[in-house]
Design a protein around this ligand. Structure first.
Ligand code: NAD
Length: 497
């Protein structure tokens, strides 16, 4: 494990150290209340100076008809304390309810999700004894925009949004975090061989930021082979920075192959606020039985203690926890007859950690968090705005007949100033000159550009075009503007174009 930070820094005022720090706590659903009680009991015994405000979130709030799963008063508490220790909640199945986690992360601008996944071999079973990966997941963008539409009988759509500032602040955070915690390499995973604009932007920003950190190694992998390599040889990775969806999936993979998803904590960091939690859910089947492993939430809480400047307590409780694992005191999820000594429940596990306060592990590396350091602050690089020119429009229509008749209708209505460049179906060009084998559904993207390709297209021409298509009986779904930015196309070409 390399969570070891440099030796404690001096200069912290004793009076500041002793002040209780206000935090907001939510006990959540399922196993949440049990693992939160266990976590807080260790923190308290370890000397954490916390002034706790408790808020209600999750099932009970959803049942009161609040679709976000969080009371308005809870937001006031979060804005006041700026620190949230949150147990997992149960998201009701079915329409109408929003994921509380996504809502909190996005509302409060918690852009970076830090998920350390070290192995604890030989004390917790893993195939990857040397693994010590930190996943830094983008938390606000990508497919988690949740902008979805059904557009035709056959086709549903979700929007994947990636922004330059969103990518830059996350990637800078990953490099700053790597530097602060003595890491040597930052790896980026994207699928920019396919999503050349969205994932391409993330990769480009990664390269730009990496150039400013010559002391750190940097590399990029296409996510499919990168994920395979991570699952097979996680020892080859150090810090991995990823867009939201890949990060969501691969942080669970990383935590599970390190030992168990029940062992991973996570920090959700924003410019002003931060939220700390386990990466697992509310495991309702295990609720109320004093069985669950509190370690994921506990390790989230350790990150919280470092964040609020109580590194002394973080060091003490984390080392006691490591010693407990080492002593073979294990909850059912990591219990293994060969290496464990005692199978314990949630409460007994917490008591075992408390009994070891003041001790350090003997074989696993002990942690030593540095003293109070200001949270990492990210400055974005100012960038001049590009010259943006509209050069055409993609019109999406709902059509159940053959493509040749669609093409003829569109050509007949393209007008004097626009021409039909192509029609594609699910991204594959099918007109003009499509392949007869291409399977088509009822969702067609029809690209129009100026007769003099690349020159400006006035908005009035586009509105006239859409009116003509509507009058010709073509069911309009939506349109997407085609723009150039400083002369570079801001749109993908259709496959086969
Ligand atoms: P889950 O992570 O809750 O549980 C999956 C399985 O993992 C459990 O059945 C259990 O066997 C094991 N497990 C998880 N945490 C454990 C622990 N601390 N100790 C021991 N074993 C543990 O995933 P799920 O069953 O897919 O989701 C249950 C609910 O949790 C859903 O409503 C889901 O939406 C929600 N959820 C919430 C969060 C969150 O609040 N951050 C995250 C993920 C899922």
């Amino acid at each position: 494990m390399n969570t070891t930070a440099p030796a404690p820094e001096t200069g912290t005022k004793a009076s500041e150290e002793l002040k209780a720090v206000p935090i907001t706590v939510a006990y959540g659903d399922g196993i949440g209340p049990e693992i939160m009680a266990a976590t807080l009991s260790i923190l308290k015994a370890g000397g954490a100076r916390l002034d706790i405000e408790t808020v209600e979130i999750g099932e009970a709030v959803y049942e009161r008809g609040i679709t976000a799963g969080i009371e308005p008063s809870a937001w006031d508490s979060l804005r006041r304390t700026k620190v949230f220790l949150k147990a997992p909640i149960t998201t009701p199945q079915g329409g109408g309810f929003k994921s509380l986690n996504v809502t909190v992360r996005k509302t409060l601008g918690l852009f970076a999700n830090i998920r350390p996944c070290p192995s604890y071999a030989p004390f917790v079973a893993t195939k990857h004894a040397g693994m010590d990966v930190i996943i830094v997941r983008e938390n606000e963008e990508d497919l988690y925009a949740g902008i979805e539409h059904r557009q035709t009988e056959d086709v549903y759509q979700t929007l994947k949004l990636i922004s330059r500032p969103g990518s830059e602040r996350l990637i800078r955070y990953a490099f700053e975090h790597a530097r602060r915690y003595g890491r040597h390499k930052v790896t980026c995973f994207t699928k920019d061989n396919i999503m050349k604009l969205t994932d391409g932007l993330f990769h480009q920003v990664f390269d730009e930021v990496a150039a400013e950190y010559p002391d750190l190694e940097s590399e990029h992998w296409i996510v499919d082979i990168g994920a395979a390599k991570l699952a097979d040889t996680p020892e080859a990775f150090d810090v991995i920075v990823l867009p939201n969806l890949y990060g969501d999936i691969l942080s669970d993979v990383a935590a599970q192959i390190a030992g168990s998803v029940g062992l991973a904590g996570s920090a959700n960091i924003g410019a002003d606020l931060a939220m700390f939690e386990a990466i697992h859910g509310s495991a309702p089947r295990r609720a109320g039985q004093d069985l669950a492993n509190p370690s994921g939430l506990f390790l989230g809480a350790v990150q919280m203690l470092v964040h609020i400047g109580q590194s002394d307590v973080a060091t003490r409780v984390h080392n006691a926890w490591l010693r407990t694992l080492e002593d073979g005191i294990h909850t059912y999820d990591i219990f293994d007859a060969e290496r464990s000594k005692e199978k314990v429940g949630t409460k007994a596990f917490a008591e075992a950690v408390i009994a070891r306060l003041g001790q350090e592990p003997e074989q696993l590396p002990a942690v030593h968090y540095a003293g109070q350091r200001p949270p990492i602050q990210i400055e974005l690089t100012p960038k001049p705005r590009s010259t943006k020119v509209r050069v055409g429009i993609d019109v999406f229509v709902d059509w159940t007949q053959d493509v040749e008749s669609l093409g003829a209708l569109l050509e007949a209505n393209s007008g004097d100033d626009l021409s039909l460049v192509m029609i594609s179906n699910r991204g594959q060009k099918v007109y003009p000159g499509g392949a007869p084998e291409t399977f088509c559904v009822d969702h067609w993207r029809c690209r129009f550009q100026a007769l003099d390709r690349g020159s400006l297209v006035e908005m009035s021409s586009i509105l006239d075009l859409i009116a003509r298509l509507d009058a010709a009986g073509l069911p309009f779904i939506k349109s997407e503007g085609l723009f150039t930015f400083d002369g570079q196309p801001g749109f993908s070409l259709g496959q086969g174009q």
